[in-house]
Design a protein around this ligand. Sequence first.
Ligand code: BG6
Ligand code: MG
Length: 220
Amino acid sequence: NTIGIIFDLDGVIVDTAKYHFLAWKRLADDLGFEFTEAHNELLKGVSRVRSLEILLEIGKVQLSEAEKQSILISKNEHYLTYITKMGADEILPGVEAFLDTLDALGIQYVLGSASKNAPLILKQVGLFSRFKGIVDGNSVSKAKPDPEVFLIGAQKLKLPPKQCVVFEDAIAGIEAAKRANMISVGIGDKETLSEADYIFNSFTEIGSNFLQELINRTEK
Ligand code: BG6
Ligand code: MG
């Protein structure tokens, strides 16, 4: 096939942003500053370590390396209490039908996520074995908006970047896709994701001819 798909996980396949938010917010509460949903937008797509740096900038808090390490551990412990309760009912609307369509057309897809918890989450919701490859926070050294995660994804798809289509919900992820020279599809808010080549509110909005349009575009 002429195209391959790279899916972000958090906010595209499952709505884990709400659990990341709750886990970070609890830390901000403990540290004594306010952390809002708008702040959380800046953490989307960004690695765990970078997220903490941004969080501390928001709160104007300075911590030692040892304190940061212990906060990162407790953030993830708290996050794990949410994600270990997840099931297939938390797969976002239209995702499974979209994967079925890709399977039927023989279009391959991999995961390109910043999360070290990505394999666990995919197993929780029963989608792990459907992906041809998994690129996650354990296999990359540079966080989005660096394109590394998607470039490794392209290698797994055995396709040149311009034939890869990235589905992303985060500003940092769209930027990473652009820097990787890939086609970007934003899933979510039109204003937030205005840099994307295509934007849909959710997978249920994607029409039946969209994949053909992508194929035509890459064949040009
Ligand atoms: C991204 C999320 O997918 O993964 C970020 O959008 C998160 O919010 C990052 O910080 C790292 O996730 P984890 O599970 O390794 O802490
Ligand atoms: Mg995301």
